[in-house]
Design a protein around this ligand. Structure first.
Ligand code: HEM
Ligand code: NAG
Ligand code: NAG
Ligand code: NAG
Ligand code: NAG
Ligand code: NAG
Length: 304
């Protein structure tokens, strides 16, 4: 979500501006609130995961950036978060806003800036202080892009998400790029018959052989806009990953894909809902965890 090329300053301005919008929201987890920073950092008043994905590799332990989905996070995204951290610390007079909330807000603002829905996010989530983001756990929790719907549904069910959340959140693939290696098994040694012929030929321009190091847009129609064209891609057998295309071939999710492809408002409503739901998974609040001073490393003296 952080791939949008924006200066940290414009993101900060958005962090300070309340995002208000009507719509349905899932229940708010205990300890989170929509105006969490009003008192201790009013400038960040409106300012997911527990930001453990940001942990840099250290000599002593493998962190989330070492696991196979490792290279999926662009270094520029980590730098953007570090810049936001510095700007917010300056505005708040210290480390007040958690890295987890910075990510939630950056995602919200990035989506909005490229044409997506405007939604509110509950804040107050704290950063993980324990060594929970190990390589093994990430591998176990992260579905591969070659997954079928059975595997995807089982993976999201473990974190309290359902088929509608899966289809709506996969709509984030309307943005961003992928390395060839995440999908070239669908091109070589031969084309996955579930993939449109012309689309396969188009992809081979970026990825001419197996294991090449290029990247390509995930949403072939409107790669830089947050819209519902990702679902139109799927209807045309132009989904990039198997985990995208199967959402249209499997009867359990096909109806939702077809609906979002023709009803962008319905997609935006459900995407907002599911993003808020996702931001509250396994949430740490109150005195749990920590507010990381550096989003890439746990604070010194943190729990083990
Ligand atoms: C349902 C399971 C999912 C799978 C299997 C999956 C898989 C992937 C893969 C393989 C990539 C390309 C990484 C690379 O090779 O560079 C990617 C990129 C991306 N994914 Fe997902 N993803 C999933 C869910 C999500 C969700 C829930 C979101 C957000 C709500 C999301 C947002 C993105 C974005 C924005 C990118 C582009 C990143 C960039 O441009 O740097 N994905 N995903
Ligand atoms: C990514 O993970 C693979 C193993 O899955 C490892 O070989 C590679 O060195 C890692 N890349 C980075 C940049 O950490
Ligand atoms: C889905 O993928 C899993 C893991 O690869 C496999 O064991 C299972 O048989 C597949 N299910 C279906 C319905 O294809
Ligand atoms: C990388 O992809 C671009 C188009 O997306 C293509 O013009 C270029 O030739 C590709 N590079 C390699 C090394 O295949
Ligand atoms: C591609 O790379 C993978 C992992 O590095 C390796 O197992 C595989 O043999 C390579 N395939 C080709 C065609 O080079
Ligand atoms: C944060 O930690 C990373 C990884 O150890 C380090 O490279 C970076 O310089 C640190 N940033 C600051 C501002 O200290």
């Amino acid at each position: 979500m952080l791939q949008v090329n924006l200066g940290a300053c414009s993101l900060l301005l958005l962090l300070l501006a309340p995002a208000t919008s009507a719509g349905d929201y899932p229940p708010t987890a205990k300890g989170l609130s929509y105006d969490f920073y009003r008192r201790n950092c009013p400038k960040a008043e409106t300012v997911g995961c527990d930001a453990s994905v940001l942990l840099a590799r250290t000599a002593t332990e493998a962190s989330e950036l070492d696991a196979p989905p490792n290279e999926t996070i662009r270094p520029s995204a980590l730098m953007a978060v570090a810049q936001l951290r510095a700007l917010l610390d300056n505005a708040c007079g210290g480390a007040v806003v958690s890295c987890a909330d910075i990510l939630t807000l950056a995602a919200r603002d990035s989506v909005r800036l490229v044409g997506g829905p405007e939604y509110k996010v509950p804040l107050g989530r704290r950063d993980g202080a324990a060594a929970i983001a190990t390589r093994e756990r990430v591998v176990a929790a992260f579905p591969l892009p070659s997954s079928n719907v059975t595997t995807l549904l089982a993976a999201v069910a473990k974190i309290g998400l359902d088929a509608t959340d899966l289809v709506a959140l996969s709509g984030a693939h309307t943005l961003g790029v992928s390395r060839c290696i995440s999908f070239d098994d669908r091109l070589f040694p031969e084309r996955d018959p579930a993939m449109d012929t012309l689309f396969a030929a188009h992809l081979k321009l970026s990825c001419p052989a197996k294991n090449t190091t290029n990247t390509t847009a995930i949403d072939v129609r409107t790669p830089n806009a947050f819209d519902n064209k990702y679902y139109v891609d799927l209807l045309n057998r132009q989904g990039l990953f198997t985990s995208d295309q199967v959402l249209f071939s499997d009867g359990r999710t096909r109806g939702l894909v077809a609906k979002f492809a023709v009803d962008q408002k319905a997609f935006f409503r459900r995407f907002s809902f599911s993003m808020v739901k996702m931001s509250q998974i396994q949430v740490l609040t109150g005195v749990q965890g920590e507010i990381r001073a550096n989003c890439s490393v746990r604070n010194a003296g943190g729990a083990t």
